[in-house]
Structure formats: C-alpha cells, structure tokens
Design a protein around this ligand. Structure first.
Ligand code: IMP
Ligand code: MG
Length: 459
C-alpha cells in the first residue's frame, strides 16, 4: 500500500502562511516532516485563542502528530531547547514518541553565527536572519560539518568539537580581519560544556527520519513535507545571491527528507494574496509610500524570526507562473485575502519589459535583470474591508457555496490569480484562524478531503 506524500511549499519569498496550511492538513496526516532550513524560518500557527510561533519544530507538534526534522535541516540545539521549553510551558507535550531528528541533519554551533557577523558586509546586503544558516550549509558542502549523530553521542562530541572549533576560529578571525567586524569568538570550554548538556537532553530524539518516512509511506500513511522559506529564496532558482542556503522547492523535499520523487503525490503551493519579502534582493512589484505602509499595517507584516518590517508589493503572476513550473503545484492555497480589503484598484503584474526593450511574461533567470525591469500590471477593482466577524460569516457561507461566498470583486481577484498563474486554488484564507478558510468546493471534512485532493493530484 502506498501512502500520500504531500509537500507544502511557499510560492513566493516565504511568509505566505505555510504554518497555517500545514496545521490544517496535519489533522488528517500521520507524520509531519520539516525538510530544509533551520531557525531562520518562522511559522505562526493560531489554535483558538492561542498563537504558536515555531522556528525549528515541524508544525505537527502542536497537534501531537509524529514530527520529524529531516536530514536536509541545520539544527541549532540551543534554539531547539528554547522552543521545546516554550511549548512545554504552553502545555504541549513533546517526547521522543512525537519528535524525531534525523542523525544526518547538520549541527549549528555558535561559530556559525559568529561567522555571519564576521562577514558583516555580505550578510547585511542579503539581510540574513543571523541564525548561522549559510555557514552551516557551507560546512555541510565542504564535508567538514558536525551532524546530529556527532552531537547526540557525548563522547564523540567531546572528541570532535575541539579540532572543529579551532578550525572555525581561524576562519572567523580571518574574515573579521578582512571586514573590520568584531564578532565574539565562542570559548572552547563553555561551548563544550553547554553542548554536552544539550546533547544529554536532545539525544533521545535522534532517529533515521528518512527510513521512518519511507516505512510510513509504505504502510499507506499520509506524510506532510513542510517547506520553509519560499521558492524565490531557493539557492539555485531564487534571486541568487539574495537567497537562503537550502532548497525550499518541492524537489527539496526529496533530497531533504530522503524519499524518491514518486513518493510525492501532491504538491501544495501557498500563495499570499500580495507579495512580501524580508531582507535584501530584487522585488519587481515592490510598493513604497502610503500604500506600502497601509499594507504592512493591515497584514501585520513583521518577521516572526527577526521582527523586521517586511517589504510589500503587488502580486506577481510572472513569479507565480515560474513558481508553478519549479514546484509543479497540484493545488494552491491563497492566504491573507482579507488584508487586501479597502485597497483599490488591485494590481497584478502580468509581464515585464527587459533592458533590451523586449517584453516577456517569463520571470528572468538572471537576477541582475530584475532590478531593471519595467513591470506591466493588470488592474482589478478592489473590495471593501470587512471586520473579522464578517469574514468569518463569509467563510461559514463558503462551507456550502465554496468561493461563490466571496464578495464578487474578491472572487474575481481569486479567479484572475488562478487564470494568470495556472495554480488551481483549493482554498482561500480570509483570516488567521482555522475557521477563516473557504474551500473551492465547500467544506473540507475528514474523508471528503482525500477525495477532493485526489481530483487535483498528479495522477
Ligand atoms: P538566511 O536564511 O538567514 O541565510 O537568510 C537569507 C535570506 O533569506 C534573507 O533575505 C532572509 O531574510 C531570508 N529568509 C530566511 N528565512 C526566511 C523565512 O522563513 N521567511 C522569509 N524570509 C526568510
Ligand atoms: Mg515566516
């Protein structure tokens, strides 16, 4: 029996609302897997009155589902311990029956954060989250990194850490000398002591997540592969060098979690109803001034991880069509549609004029071209701002009417997105909660869901 492998990917620059979608899908899943990235992610999940902000842990932990951190991740044990503490304080039990960490995942050490500080110029330009993500993936690629298996065995950690730390220190010092930055250099003894204590605490979670996922799928279970960041932050296909150091794309789920492509039965793209980007890099549809301020305020567009104000802009159909090519979405989830209430007209980018004078609908492969585009938009009439209770009423009607419950102009906007991007939208969110979602063909009850998604899936 073959199970369902469902990948959930951010279709833009991250922060599309993946946490909420994964949380909803998790209800009918057995295993939730994070396949890439680390503490740079910030997933907000609203359950009733409570809001959880997760960075490292898969969103499934909130529901008590088997949650796996896969080999493609880079794991900061300090951050993980903090996150576990916070959830435990909120009354959420996490034990090795719930959480598993692939022994192949790479370890983030304080040296990785110092390295980011040492390279202040490049990290500032990219606007990295400062969590040591890039340097940890560099070590992984250079075959010099420590992995969770090295960390989970205290004796091995004590044997490997000194030489590793000494090598890192030399590089940090050289980089700092060149940049003039003054990062703190982690002390050998204190790091070893702290990490030995963390090892004691976290070692019980060590597992072979890849084998477990494959066994689960083989037993007919449903596994959700939870993406972090977004398509245009992909190391190869994003707006390089303004990207993260992993592969957020749907294909990243295969190499990140250790499953074959044929295990993936559905690919869900999460699309925010407008665009945002945090950090540096090109953003063709970026807004400035009053409209930008209003959108930031309405959408509460401040980073979950760094608290930074996000850059905002109109939806970009060229980007999203490309996202569809890169990820092969079998369906999409439009989020934060309510935020656009009161903005009129609504613009969607549909083509670009390149510096050579030609016009194209294809998102350019060369990042440098992106700063020199003339963007062409289609304009749609806006719809009124509604109070949260009114949107909830729309969502309630949506349970029988589907998207027809939306105000006509909002519905036309949703329809235009589907047409322009080729992403078949399965749901539209009109608020942060689980009761503020409208499904294309009405409600998404247990059982109904599977049949519904089958109609959209690849086969
Ligand atoms: P890094 O992942 O910390 O190396 O940061 C590289 C770039 O990706 C920066 O522009 C970050 O702001 C951005 N980034 C990293 N993680 C996220 C995320 O989860 N959401 C949005 N942007 C992110
Ligand atoms: Mg986020």
């Amino acid at each position: 029996m073959k199970g369902n492998g469902i990948v959930v990917v951010g279709a833009q620059f991250g922060d599309e609302g993946k946490g909420k979608i994964v949380d909803m899908l998790a209800e009918s899943a057995d295993v939730i897997v994070r396949y890439a990235g680390g503490g740079n992610a910030g997933h907000t999940i609203v359950v009733g009155e409570r809001t959880f902000k997760l960075h490292l842990l898969p969103s499934g932990v909130v529901r008590g589902k088997r949650s796996l951190m896969a080999a493609g991740m880079v794991i900061d044990p300090r951050l993980l311990a903090q996150e576990l503490d916070e959830l435990m304080r909120a009354g959420i039990t996490i034990d090795p029956l719930i959480l598993g960490i692939d022994v192949r995942a790479h370890l983030i050490l304080p040296h990785h954060q110092s390295m980011e500080l040492a390279r202040s110029a490049s990290t500032k330009a990219i606007g990295t989250t400062g969590k040591g993500i890039g340097p940890a993936y560099e070590d992984a690629a250079a075959r010099s990194g420590l992995r969770f298996a090295d960390f989970a065995d205290k004796t091995r950690l004590a044997a490997k850490l000194p030489a590793y730390a000494a090598a890192k220190k030399r590089v940090i010092e050289a980089e700092a000398m060149a940049s003039g930055a003054t990062p703190s250099i982690p002390g050998d003894e204190s790091v070893l002591e702290e990490y030995a204590a963390l090892s004691q605490r976290l070692a019980p979670y060590a597992c072979d997540a890849s084998a477990e996922i494959n066994e689960s799928l083989g037993a007919g279970r449903t596994v959700i592969f939870e993406g972090a960041q977004g398509t245009f932050l992909d190391k190869s296909f994003g707006t390089y060098p303004f990207v993260t150091s992993s592969h957020p794309l749907s294909g990243g789920a295969c190499v990140g979690a250790g499953v074959g492509p044929s295990s993936l039965t559905e690919v869900h793209g999460v699309v925010k109803a407008y665009s945002t980007r945090v950090g540096g890099g090109p953003f063709p549809t970026e807004l400035a001034g009053d409209v930008a301020d209003r959108l930031v305020e309405a959408g509460k567009e401040f980073g979950t991880t760094t608290g930074r104000r996000r850059r905002v802009g109109w939806l970009d159909a060229c980007m999203l069509s490309r996202s569809q090519q890169l990820n092969g979405f079998t369906c999409g989830h439009l989020t934060k549609l309510d935020v656009l209430g009161g903005f009129s007209p609504l613009l969607i980018a549909t083509s670009y004029t390149l510096p050579d004078g030609s016009t194209t609908t294809l998102f350019p492969a060369d990042t440098e071209l992106l700063d020199h585009l003339i963007v062409h938009y289609t304009e749609l009439p806006g719809f009124d701002a509604l109070a949260p209770s009114q949107w909830r009423e729309v969502a309630r009607l949506g349970a029988s009417l589907g998207f027809a419950a939306l105000p006509p102009a909002a519905r036309a906007y949703v329809h235009a997105i589907g047409e322009l991007t080729g992403i078949p939208l399965a749901s539209v969110s009109v608020g942060p909660g689980r009761d503020e979602v409208i499904w294309a063909n009405g409600s998404r009850e247990e059982g109904h869901a599977d049949a519904f998604f089958k109609t959209l899936s690849l086969e």
